[in-house]
Design a protein around this ligand. Structure first.
Ligand SMILES: NC(=O)c1ccc[n+]([C@@H]2O[C@H](COP(=O)([O-])OP(=O)(O)OC[C@H]3O[C@@H](n4cnc5c(N)ncnc54)[C@H](OP(=O)(O)O)[C@@H]3O)[C@@H](O)[C@H]2O)c1
Length: 278
């Protein structure tokens, strides 16, 4: 311990010298100690998921948190997101719920400002709507529904990618992933249906291919995944026998996301790992 300041003379000078040198040494050592301590802490990857309150988004949250990831789980109405709130209670600090309607670009900007210093390993654009089959019958097309579908499924994932670009860039894994649909495959279309939904997914694929080309030199990989027909509210009314379980669909998509890297950037994966034709 350093003794009290002597009143005068050589002792006072010695005292001042000892205090200054100790201070200097401390100042030099502390950052190194702090850095060593932070290097010892394991890196926890972070994924930001849109539409995390139900369906595939909720299952993505479950499976990523089970892997020990931190999930920024966004929902339009967190107060009504009972399953998501229960998951957050079970995993305090690992499931963080944020309010986000992806149609609201001001809220997207505010959220990206709030997380300005947070690396995000995977930005997962999952939120989507089908626009309602009845609104998409030729000669009875309801064009306002087309605006909604395009804004949610196509334009919002691009806006999210712009808003959270710096976060992804600052992370270790550096991935932007969009849940697309084989319904957006022009090569795979053999029957007419869902004019708005299909074109919104074909268009988001083109946006993501552009982004993959744009961001490759920054070390960011961009991919599209398809869950296959899955038993969520999205497919309400279809026989269960035709549908896959959300658990399987998400496990398959995560496997494909794991395989996304700079070489495979720009790929559109079927759930079984094959590539879907544009
Ligand atoms: N299920 C399938 O068979 C299937 C097949 C191919 C592709 N997909 C794609 O998979 C994704 C997820 O679908 P799902 O099956 O999980 O559907 P879902 O069960 O209907 O869930 C859709 C999610 O998107 C959210 N959402 C919709 N509009 C939003 C907005 N403006 N802002 C924020 N969140 C919004 C919903 O939130 P609210 O609860 O607030 O409405 C909900 O959380 C979609 O992109 C869909 O196109 C699904």
């Amino acid at each position: 311990m350093i003794s009290k300041l002597p009143r005068k003379g050589i002792d006072r000078i010695r005292w001042l010298l000892v205090v200054s040198v100790s201070g200097l040494l401390l100042a030099m050592l502390l950052p190194a100690v702090a850095q060593e301590a932070s290097e010892d802490l394991p890196y926890i990857p972070t994924v930001l998921i849109t539409g995390a309150n139900r369906g595939l988004g909720l299952e993505f949250t479950r499976q990523y948190v089970d892997r020990g990831w931190r999930v920024i789980a966004t929902a339009r109405r967190p107060d009504a997101a009972d399953d998501l709130n229960a998951l957050a209670e079970k995993h305090p600090g690992l499931v963080i719920i944020e309010q986000l309607d992806v149609q609201d670009f001001d809220v997207i900007d505010a959220l990206s400002e709030k997380y300005a210093d947070t690396p995000i390993d995977i930005l997962l654009n999952n939120a989507g709507i089908n626009g309602g089959a009845r609104n998409q019958m030729f000669r009875k097309l309801q064009y306002e529904a087309f605006d909604e579908v395009l804004l949610t499924n196509t334009i919002a994932p691009l806006k999210m990618s712009e808003a959270f670009y710096e976060n992804v860039l600052a992370s270790q894994q550096k991935k932007i992933v969009t849940v697309s649909s084989s319904e957006g495959s022009i090569g795979g279309a053999t029957q007419p249906r869902l004019y708005f939904y299909r074109s919104s997914k074909a268009a988001v694929n083109m946006l993501m291919v552009n982004l993959a080309l744009q961001l490759k030199r920054k070390g960011i990989s961009v991919g599209m995944v398809n869950p296959g027909p899955t038993d969520t509210d999205f497919m309400a009314g279809l026989p269960k026998s035709m549908l896959r379980s959300p658990t399987d669909a998400v496990a398959d998509m995560i496997r494909n996301i794991d395989g996304l890297n700079l070489e495979t950037s720009g790929t559109f994966w079927q759930y079984d790992g094959t590539i879907i034709p544009w």
